[in-house]
Design a protein around this ligand. Structure first.
Ligand code: SF4
Length: 244
């Protein structure tokens, strides 16, 4: 008998999406432990390292937990989100466990859930293996000013794979801090412009660390808007209300 692989999961909980285009959507969140990056502004540093708090689960164990949580919150789901219940895979970085996702996502889809992938947008080859099971991809663009390295090529490849799957809804987010510079925003908008210019770009000002100056937000928004049409300036609601 083949033994199922276990992966570290920091928490599974029911809440509302706190950022991006689907802010306010009732979801089940699966937060993996572990990440391939180390951003200065990381709000989940507890989950980027695999601590003893993480629980190791098999695909079947995770699916059972998701189904149980759904059952416990079914009334809320049906009243707030009457369509397919949505499961957000977040982290850390979910795509570092791509083989595990390959086992979990199709089974969840069969059970009637929709899949929301929250990712740092750097592991394009892993995305390729699971994109057909995703309904929404929320990808980040990471900047050298906060993440120690540029990932322009990785982000471009990643966005292309996501966009090529026409059934998947895709948007890009980037965290704006006082270290962000306008060339990073212009480059982000230019990459989107070369792939699908209508792709939404969400500019998310940091509200707790290295807070950006308000005049920079205006400058960044107008710079992006000159290149692509769909730019939004939005704060992360869960951070504002200090909820998970
Ligand atoms: S990619 Fe996300 S989870 Fe990973 S270190 Fe950066 S902010 Fe944290």
């Amino acid at each position: 008998m083949i033994k199922s692989t276990k992966v570290p999961i920091y928490e599974i909980f029911f809440s509302f999406q706190g950022e991006g285009l689907y802010t306010g959507l009732a979801q089940i969140f699966v937060r993996f432990a572990g990440c391939n990056l180390k951003c200065n502004y990381c709000d989940t540093s507890y989950s980027t390292i695999i601590s003893r708090k993480a629980k190791y689960l098999t695909d079947e164990e995770l699916i059972n937990k998701i189904c149980l949580l759904y059952k416990q919150n079914k009334k809320t789901f049906l009243s707030l989100a009457p369509d397919k219940p949505s499961v957000s895979f977040t982290g850390g970085e979910p795509l570092i466990y791509v083989d595990f996702l390959k086992a979990v996502l199709p089974k969840l889809k069969e059970k009637g859930f929709s899949v929301y992938l929250e990712t740092n947008g750097t592991l394009s080859q892993n995305l390729k293996k699971v994109i057909k099971f995703c309904d929404i991809v929320s990808m980040d663009f990471k900047f050298i000013s906060e993440c120690k390295k540029s990932f322009w090529k990785e982000h471009k490849d990643f966005l292309k794979i996501a966009i090529d799957n026409v059934l998947v809804k895709v948007f890009v987010k980037c965290v704006i801090t006082n270290s962000t510079n306008v060339s990073e925003i212009k480059k982000s908008a230019s990459i989107i412009n070369t792939i699908l210019k209508e792709t939404p770009l969400i500019l998310q000002p940091s509200i707790d660390k290295n807070i950006p100056a308000i005049q920079n937000l205006y400058k960044f928004y107008t710079a992006a808007k000159k290149i692509i049409p769909n730019v939004h300036l939005m704060i992360q609601m869960h951070k504002f209300y200090k909820i998970r």
